[in-house]
Ligand binder design. Structure first.
Ligand SMILES: Cc1ncc(COP(=O)(O)O)c(C=O)c1O
Length: 398
C-alpha cells in the first residue's frame, strides 16, 4: 500500500488510475491511455486541463509575491481585485466576498456568517439551520452535519447542533420547521441542483418557495453553488437560472477550475450590513489562506477565459447535445431515469460502479454516485465529438 491515504476511498485499496497529463477535456494516465474527462475531474475543471495561460499568470504572481495574508490590517492586491470582480458579477447588487480554500470551508463560512449576522442584528437565538436530504455540502463537521447523506456521517461522532433536515423538494416540511420554531431559524441551505447527492434539479417553483418562506420568517437563504456556480447551468450563478436571489452564495471548484484550490461566499447586504453596523465588531472567522494571492490570480485568469470563450453559453449547448442522446438510452430501456440542467446530468442505472468501470476501460470517465446514479459533468470546453463519445461509451457499457 502506498503512503497516500486517498479521500473517499478504501484505505486498503491499491489499484488507482494515475493521471499524468491533460489537455482540454482529455486526460492521460501513466500507461499512456487517453480518457475523455466526463466529470471535469471532480466537477471542477470548467475551463479544461493544462492551460498555459493560467499557469503563467500564477507563476508571474508567485515570482513577485506568492501571497500575503488578509487577517486584521493586512491585504493583498489579487484578493481585492478578485473580490471586486466577483462582487460586480454577483446576482445581488452590493454583495461582498469572503474567500476560503474550498467548498466545505465556504459552507462553514456561510453558516457562521448567517448566525453571526443575526446575532449582530439583535437576534442571537437564531441558530437553527435547515438543510435537505439528499444533499452534499462537504466534510468539515459543519458541512458534514448539513450534508444529507447518512453514510458520510458514519463513525464520525456527533455533528454540530441546531441542524434540521427535510426532504429536498418538500416546502411544507420547511414551513413546518419555521412554524414550530418561531424566530429561531438562521438559514436554509440548498444546492440549486443537488450534485453529489444524485444530480436532482429542483421541483418547479421550489427554490422560489424557499425564498418566500425565508423572507416571511426572517431567515437567510444560502444557495450552495460549489458545483452549479461559474457557468455550469448556463448562467454564471445558478440562482439566476432559477430566478432566486440568495443571501449567501457559496462557490469553489469552477472559480479556479482547480488550478489552485479556492472557494468562498458571495455575501449579500442582508448579511454583511449587520456585520459592519457596529464599527468595533470583529469577525473572528477566517482561514490562513482566505484571500490567497496566487489562487486569486488563477480565478481571475479563469474568469477571463470563461468570458472570452463564451463558456457559460457553452454549458447550455452541451445540455442540448447530450440530453437527446441520454433520452434515447431511456427510450431503449437501458437506463431508468435521465435528469439534468445545462452541463450537469445524470442517468439512473442499477450498478453504476460496474458501468463506470466498463467505460473507464473504454476511455471515458464518469462518476458513480449514490444511489444507482452515474453523473456527467464535463469541462465546458468539451467539443461535440467528445460529448458524443461519452454518450456512445455509455451506450456500449450498458
Ligand atoms: C455542493 C457542494 N458543496 C460543498 C462541497 C465541498 O467542497 P470541498 O470538497 O471543496 O470541500 C462540494 C464538493 O463536491 C459540493 O458539491
Amino acid at each position: 500500500m502506498g503512503a497516500l491515504l486517498h479521500p473517499f476511498a478504501r484505505p486498503a485499496a491499491t489499484d488507482f488510475v494515475r493521471m499524468v497529463r491533460g489537455s482540454g477535456a482529455v486526460v492521460w494516465d501513466d500507461q499512456g491511455k487517453r480518457y475523455v474527462d466526463g466529470l471535469a475531474s471532480l466537477w471542477y475543471c470548467n475551463v479544461g486541463h493544462a492551460r498555459a495561460e493560467i499557469a503563467e499568470a500564477v507563476a508571474q504572481q508567485m515570482q513577485v509575491l506568492e501571497t500575503y495574508h488578509c487577517f486584521e490590517r493586512f491585504s493583498n492586491a489579487p484578493a481585492e481585485e478578485l473580490a471586486e470582480r466577483l462582487a460586480a458579477l454577483a446576482p445581488v447588487p452590493g454583495s461582498r466576498v469572503f474567500l476560503t480554500s474550498g467548498g466545505s470551508e465556504a459552507v462553514d463560512t456561510a453558516l457562521k456568517l448567517s448566525r453571526s449576522a443575526h446575532a449582530q442584528a439583535g437576534q442571537p437565538e437564531r441558530t437553527l439551520v435547515v438543510s435537505r436530504t439528499p444533499s452534499y455540502h462537504g466534510v468539515t463537521y459543519g458541512a458534514m452535519t448539513l450534508t444529507g447523506l447518512p453514510l458520510n456521517r458514519k463513525d464520525f461522532g456527533p455533528g454540530i447542533g441546531d441542524v434540521v433536515q427535510v426532504d429536498k423538494d418538500d416546502l411544507d416540511a420547511v414551513r413546518q420547521v419555521f412554524e414550530t420554531n418561531p424566530g429561531r431559524v438562521a438559514a436554509v441551505f440548498a444546492e440549486p441542483v443537488v450534485g453529489a447527492g444524485g444530480v436532482w434539479p429542483p421541483a418547479p417553483g421550489y427554490l422560489q418557495g424557499l425564498r418566500e418562506l425565508c423572507d416571511v420568517h426572517g431567515a437567510h437563504l444560502v444557495l450552495d453553488e460549489v458545483i452549479c456556480g461559474f457557468g455550469r447551468l448556463g448562467t454564471l450563478f445558478a440562482g439566476t437560472h432559477f430566478g432566486v436571489a440568495a443571501d449567501i452564495t457559496t462557490f469553489a471548484k469552477g472559480v479556479t477550475s482547480g488550478y489552485v484550490p479556492l472557494g468562498g461566499a458571495l455575501v449579500a447586504p442582508s448579511v454583511h450590513a449587520p456585520l459592519s453596523a457596529d464599527p468595533g465588531f470583529v469577525l473572528r472567522h477566517g482561514y490562513t489562506y482566505s484571500g490567497h494571492g496566487a489562487a486569486a490570480v488563477a480565478a481571475l485568469a479563469c474568469l477571463d477565459i470563461t468570458e472570452r470563450e463564451g463558456l457559460v453559453d457553452r454549458a447550455t449547448a452541451i445540455g442540448r447535445r447530450l440530453e437527446p442522446q441520454l433520452r434515447a438510452l431511456l427510450d431503449d430501456g437501458l437506463v431508468t431515469d435521465v435528469r439534468g440542467v445545462g452541463a450537469l446530468w445524470a442517468v439512473s442505472v442499477p450498478d453504476p460502479v460496474a458501468v463506470r468501470d466498463r467505460m473507464l476501460d473504454d476511455g471515458v470517465i464518469l462518476r458513480p454516485i449514490a444511489p444507482a446514479t452515474l453523473a456527467i459533468c464535463p469541462p465546458l470546453v468539451i467539443g461535440d465529438d467528445d460529448l458524443d463519445a461519452i454518450a456512445a461509451a455509455l451506450r456500449r457499457a450498458l
